[in-house]
Every structure is written in C-alpha cells, then in structure tokens.
Design a protein around this ligand. Sequence first.
Ligand code: FES
Length: 112
Amino acid sequence: MKWVAIDEPVPTGEAFIKKVKAGGKSICLVGYEGEVYALGSSCPHAGFDLSKGWCKEGKLICPIHRFGYDLHTGKGNPGQNDYIEHYPIKVKDNVLYVGMEYFWDKLKQAFR
Ligand code: FES
C-alpha cells in the first residue's frame, strides 16, 4: 500500500463531502460525525458523482437514485449488490494521507 498525500487541509471534525484527486484517482472525501472517510467518487449504479450526495445514518447517499454506501466499508445497501472503493486514511505531520493499493502492487504481492 502506498500512502498518498492529499492537498487539502486536515479536517477538524466538521461535516463535509468533497471530491479530491489522489494517486490519479478521484476520491470522495467525507467528514461525518467527527470522522473522515475516503471512498470512490463514482456511483457504480450509473456513474454519478457521489460527492454531490449526502450522508445519512452512516451511509453516503447518491443523489440520483438514492442508493446508499456504507462509509466504513463501501458496501451498498442490501439488495443493491454493489460497492464503492474505500480507502484508509491517516494524518501525519498535519498532512492527510489516503492509502492506495494499485493493481500491479496487488499482482506482485500475489506472486511473492
Ligand atoms: S447513479 Fe447513483 S444511484 Fe443511480
């Protein structure tokens, strides 16, 4: 896993949803109930931008058809049979980092 710095101020507990770039990917950065989450920004249902959605009961809600995704796991609501990527987050030296696993890194690990 590679830790990629995000060019954003470290959140201070406020609620927010914004789309940021990290490691060549679009990430939906979410502040919810004092925690920060990093999730894929594209809705798997029809590709809408999840950073335009909102949070409710621990889920990120897509504004188009209101599919919901768990902030901790990225899993879709029961019956949706889908998920979005979720990424670990850490703060070091007042910089926010997102942990990214790349396909080639996963492949290399599989053959070690
Ligand atoms: S595009 Fe997100 S729920 Fe349909």
